[in-house]
Design a protein around this ligand. Structure first.
Ligand code: DHE
Length: 510
């Protein structure tokens, strides 16, 4: 380290769905090609099936040239076959272009679709309670999401041995969320799938598709409920955490009558509630778990209560203080950050945060007896540090380029921030949490992106991703910064330690 398809190649002989206008004689007709080759797995309306949805919003992670090579060569370790022998160059190019075009009719996903997608392979309580593997500390397990080939690895956080590796849904996004006891984990995919996995038995137990284009999920701190937030349709979907049974679909419609995409959902443990960030209406929504209904709440279903708070501006991408009284949100259009008091339901401060701060990656620690928060920026090489007692700016730390993730641990003197974007993407900075200075810049694998750190439960060792299809997971001594080991992985992205996540550790995103 330096420092500074065959399987499902079924041809459909009869056309599926409505046909587009006929193409000119010599031009390939992508709609026809889609119906013949793709609809069987990706769905007649492009909503997905055993393959992911092929709609522009769902494909925002895929570059156009990547789409061409996936069609030509398939995707390893998935059911996506290679079409190199079946389609010519023009046909592949027209298909690859067509999937990025909006569909003729706005797709919909209603309660009946959610119910029809629901599958319970192991009903709650039917699997043994003892783990099928042996580790010293079940609370020190890690999950690593590998987005290169859509898999998840489970690691022992003491020995860093891999316990298992299993396939995930296409394009997981947001952190997987553990049940409070750490036995179960819930994953959300950009395609709308919510998957429940029993870590002790190494089995998927239930799945349901909550939407077409989903942002993320949250699990209530008592472990009883899962909430999913969607871009498409404009809805929140509340599930019973045991078997992912549908409790309610909550349409997201503002006081002004406009409907809205959900940017993200969060659990707010001390408040016994979920909080939703909404993209298109200037409101913050709080959904209180049963028992917590207060005067003025609007009933949703059963004992759930929706509480809407009008915000002075659109608030997106949230950071919460450890008590979950204040939420810091970035206003739309780079107009800055705002601190919103959830108890008093009003804005209490503006933060000088132009452009694109990544508040979701924010972390907090004690500095000279006061609590501070820090977050990177997606559009500039800076980490901003604020005093949370009066929300004043302490400093901007200059970095070697825009960053995406930040991490620390209560027991670590250092905060880590990657340089995710730009020419220096192979660097990762180590910041001294007391002097607020960069004390080391590591280049673990020259030329390959180094990103996203997660500590073990004691804050002694950390995991770091070499974010590449031929990537690695590295583990380092959190104090000496020496590399202790590495394991090849397919574009490892986020890593999630059971203890840090279930304890809402201050150095990790919640
Ligand atoms: Fe994320 C978390 C939003 C793009 C990987 N991302 C989150 C969360 C939000 C968010 C609100 C917190 C929710 C949670 O953890 O449940 N992400 C956004 C965006 O708005 C943005 C910028 C654009 C988008 O298209 O969604 C975006 N995110 C990305 C990526 O391009 C990343 C790097 C690759 C990918 O897989 O899509 C990415 N986001 C992640 C990861 C987390 C995440 C790995 C969980 C971080 C954690 O440590 O908890």
């Amino acid at each position: 380290m330096r420092r500074a398809a065959t399987t499902l190649r079924i041809l459909l002989l009869v056309g599926l769905g409505g046909m587009a206008a006929p193409a000119l004689a010599d031009e390939p007709d992508p709609h026809m090609l889609y119906n013949h080759h793709c609809a069987i797995c990706h769905g007649v309306s492009r909503l997905g099936g055993i393959g992911p949805a092929l709609l522009p919003d769902n494909l925002s992670r895929l570059k156009a040239d990547e789409a061409v090579s996936v069609i030509l060569d398939g995707r390893p370790a998935t059911q996506m076959p290679a079409y190199r022998e079946l389609l010519d160059e023009d046909e592949v190019a027209s298909l690859a272009e067509w999937i990025f075009e909006p569909p003729e009719h706005e797709p919909n996903w209603e309660e009946a679709d959610i119910l029809a997608s629901h599958e319970v392979s192991h009903p709650f309580g039917s699997l043994p309670d003892a783990p099928v593997f042996e580790v010293e500390d079940l609370k020190n397990l890690f999950l690593v999401v590998e987005i290169g080939d859509h898999h998840v690895s489970l690691l022992d956080g003491d020995t860093f041995e891999r316990i298992t590796r299993f396939p995930s849904r296409y394009a997981l996004h947001g952190g997987p969320k553990y049940s409070p006891d750490g036995r179960y984990v819930y994953f959300g995919s950009r395609d709308g799938w919510v998957t429940k996995y029993d870590i002790y038995n190494l089995e998927v137990t239930a799945e349901v598709r909550a939407g077409i284009n989903m942002r993320n999920i949250a699990v209530s701190a008592d472990g009883r409920f899962v909430l999913a937030g969607n871009y498409l349709p404009h809805s929140l979907v509340l599930l019973d955490a045991r078997d992912l049974d549908l409790i309610a679909v909550i349409p997201v419609e503002g006081l002004n009558g406009e409907t809205s995409r959900v940017s993200a959902v969060y659990a707010a443990p001390p408040r016994n509630s979920f909080v939703a960030a909404l993209r298109d209406i200037p409101e913050v929504w709080e959904i209180r778990w049963p028992e917590e209904r207060a005067e003025g709440d609007e009933a949703i279903v059963g004992d759930f209560a929706l509480h809407r708070m009008e915000a002075p501006d659109y608030l997106d991408d949230f950071f919460f203080d450890q008590e979950y009284r204040y939420v810091v949100g970035a206003a739309r259009g780079g107009k800055g950050g705002q601190v919103f008091d959830l108890d008093e339901e009003r804005k209490v401060a503006d933060l000088p945060l132009e452009g694109m701060p990544h508040l979701g990656a924010g972390i907090t620690w004690e500095l000279d007896g006061r609590r501070v928060m820090a977050m990177p920026h997606i559009d500039k090489g800076q980490v901003s540090v604020f005093d949370m007692t009066d929300w004043s700016l302490i400093t901007h730390i200059e970095t070697d380029g825009p960053g995406f993730f930040m991490r620390s641990h209560e027991n670590s003197p250092y905060a880590w921030v990657d340089v995710f974007f730009g020419p220096n993407h192979d660097r990762i900075h180590v910041i001294d949490k007391q002097t607020l200075e960069i004390v080391e810049t590591l280049i673990p694998e020259p030329g390959k992106t180094a990103a996203h750190v997660e500590f073990d439960r004691r804050g002694e060792t950390l995991l770091l991703s070499i974010w590449d299809d031929d990537g690695y997971l590295l583990w380092l001594d959190a104090n000496t910064l020496e590399e202790l080991g590495r394991m090849p992985m397919k574009k490892p992205s986020g890593k999630y330690n059971v203890w840090n996540k279930t304890q809402y550790e201050e150095g990790t995103s919640h």
